[in-house]
Write a protein that binds this ligand. Structure first.
Ligand SMILES: [Zn+2]
Length: 251
């Protein structure tokens, strides 16, 4: 299958209308489309049937987790078991202590189940870890997860080495234009572990995030790391190619 060399590694494509998705198709990138819950997972899968540049991820976002999420998780497992050949990535999943500390105990229960599911499917995890970087990393290091994409990484700099040695990726968000902590991560992290993302259509301060922003992200990485745009483009493309090989998408 033909594919693009650059991917938006974390985008909520399910939130866009059919017309908006048609415009995104013109960008010349692949999109790893994460989901928030069972119903958005269905929409993500529909979009991936329609477009071969859409790589579907199913999951339950930590912000969507409640006491009842175990039922929703079981429904997702049924869906995944029916579509094993098409679902290679689980996300958006993870833990959040920064914005949703009140449901942390439930989040932890569901996230552990997703890790087990990921091990079983040999899937990649697309991870949200705001305010819970260390907890997430500790759980994954203990697991047999082959690789993970830690989205919008603004965690401790000292964890980056562990992430890299474990073969995990971080995806860099357009917020890198203004968010100091994210800029520091780009300065310190190895280019070999970087992907680019939009987290669209999330709004960050005055920025309405959109998949087209991944090109700007590469410009900012080049600026911060004192490299040419081409060097960053080639490195990010190589990282994405490696990821595709890992999940058998280049066959
Ligand atoms: Zn997200």
């Amino acid at each position: 299958m033909e594919y693009h060399r650059i991917a938006d590694a974390h985008c909520h494509l399910h939130e866009f209308s059919d017309d908006e998705v048609k415009d995104i198709a013109l960008l010349g990138i692949d999109v790893i489309a994460v989901s928030d819950d069972y119903y958005s997972s269905l929409r993500t899968l529909t979009l991936s049937e329609r477009y071969n540049w859409v790589i579907p991820a199913v999951g339950i976002h930590p912000w969507s987790i409640t006491l009842d999420s175990i039922n929703e998780f079981n429904e997702l497992v049924e869906l995944v078991n029916k579509l094993k050949h098409r679902i290679k990535i689980l996300g958006e999943i993870g833990l959040d202590k920064k914005f949703k500390s009140e449901t942390f105990a439930y989040q932890l229960q569901i996230f552990k189940l997703f890790i087990e599911l990921g091990e079983e499917l040999k899937a990649i995890l697309n991870i949200h870890a705001a305010g819970a970087w260390k907890e997430v990393l500790d759980l994954m290091i203990k697991s047999d997860i082959s690789t993970a994409i830690i989205h919008w990484y603004t965690g401790p700099i000292e964890l980056l080495k562990d992430l890299e040695s474990r073969g995990f990726y971080i995806s860099i968000n357009p917020a890198v234009s203004i968010q100091e902590k994210h800029r520091e991560v780009v300065a310190k992290a190895s280019l070999d572990m970087m992907l680019v993302e939009s987290d669209a259509p999330y709004r960050y301060r005055d920025m309405m995030l959109h998949p087209r922003n991944v090109y700007d992200v590469m410009k900012y990485i080049a600026q911060i790391k004192n490299l040419s745009y081409e060097e960053v483009y080639e490195a990010v493309a190589k990282n994405y190619e490696k990821l595709r090989n890992l999940i058998g998408l280049n066959m």
